[in-house]
Design a protein around this ligand. Sequence first.
Ligand SMILES: NC(=O)c1ccc[n+]([C@@H]2O[C@H](COP(=O)([O-])OP(=O)(O)OC[C@H]3O[C@@H](n4cnc5c(N)ncnc54)[C@H](O)[C@@H]3O)[C@@H](O)[C@H]2O)c1
Length: 316
Amino acid sequence: MRRILVTGALGQIGSELVPALRQLHGAEAVVASDVRIPSAGGDPNGPFEVLDVTNARQLQDLVQRYDAGTIFHLASLLSATSEERPQMAWDLNLGGLYRVLEVARENRAAVFFPSSIAAFGPSTPRTGTPQDTIQRPNTIYGVTKVAGELLADYYAKRFGVDVRGLRFPGLISYTAPPGGGTTDYAVAIFYEALRHGSYECFLGADTRLDMMYMPDAVRAILELMDADPARLRHRNAFNITATNFTPAELAVEIQRHLPEFRIVYRVDPVRQAIADSWPESLDDRAAREEWGWRPAFDLAAIAADMLAQLRLRLFT
Ligand SMILES: NC(=O)c1ccc[n+]([C@@H]2O[C@H](COP(=O)([O-])OP(=O)(O)OC[C@H]3O[C@@H](n4cnc5c(N)ncnc54)[C@H](O)[C@@H]3O)[C@@H](O)[C@H]2O)c1
């Protein structure tokens, strides 16, 4: 059986996707890789390799050495970090994807590539954002995501590479910290609520964005990659969402569990501008119809589970 390679495996998604893949396929079948090495005490349950995805030779060697038949390509700079380092964002986000698609073409491997709500921009309809609509983002992160979606479509059509993808909303999780995105507040708020009883939010109170809990995100990746290709009209860049809320609404939900919790706002203009250019709510009917997408966690369920899990991690 051909193995699975995960790039950027130590990040927020990879640290939960790798254990899920190992549970399904066995530890030895899943090769985790990242440009950095796991911290002491990190997940030792299976092969790990250092891989810089911008290094074509390293990537080719690894795919051939392990006979990787599927690549889950997660290595990327996120939205806020990309604005700080736009040149690197281009090289890593698009250059890395190009190299992954090339190696997949040469080795007949399938690819998963996550896009984002950042692939939309200020001229996109903001509510009920359709699957197929205007995509003119004004962030470098968004530019790399749109270009990546198009490149993935091209490799599927021109070379027959089985590349599939999702446009993720903000992802909320407790295993690994988020990597420098605009929706990071929705994770940090839980840590600060439990540790200090208050949180200073870098987005304004009424900034509405789509969000999803990591167990839903991981399940979506696995279900899409498992879907019958005959039913996939889009294949790549499916809108998916689970819920949407504002910082003020999230604070009220946390107060149901921690009545003393307080939120204050100190808006970061860079991240606020990014958030203001994104949709408030995606229409994910294509994902629901073509491969049966259904989220399991709404805002109440996310808040309850985050607080329960973090209490265990922080205080026991
Ligand atoms: N987390 C979210 O909320 C979210 C939302 C939408 C889309 N996405 C997308 O999902 C993917 C994964 O996101 P994440 O949240 O896990 O990101 P993350 O920042 O947590 O992890 C990215 C990982 O890539 C690694 N990396 C950086 N440069 C590398 C290189 N040159 N070679 C190999 N690895 C390298 C980093 O060390 C890190 O472990 C990205 O494409 C991201 O754009 C994430």
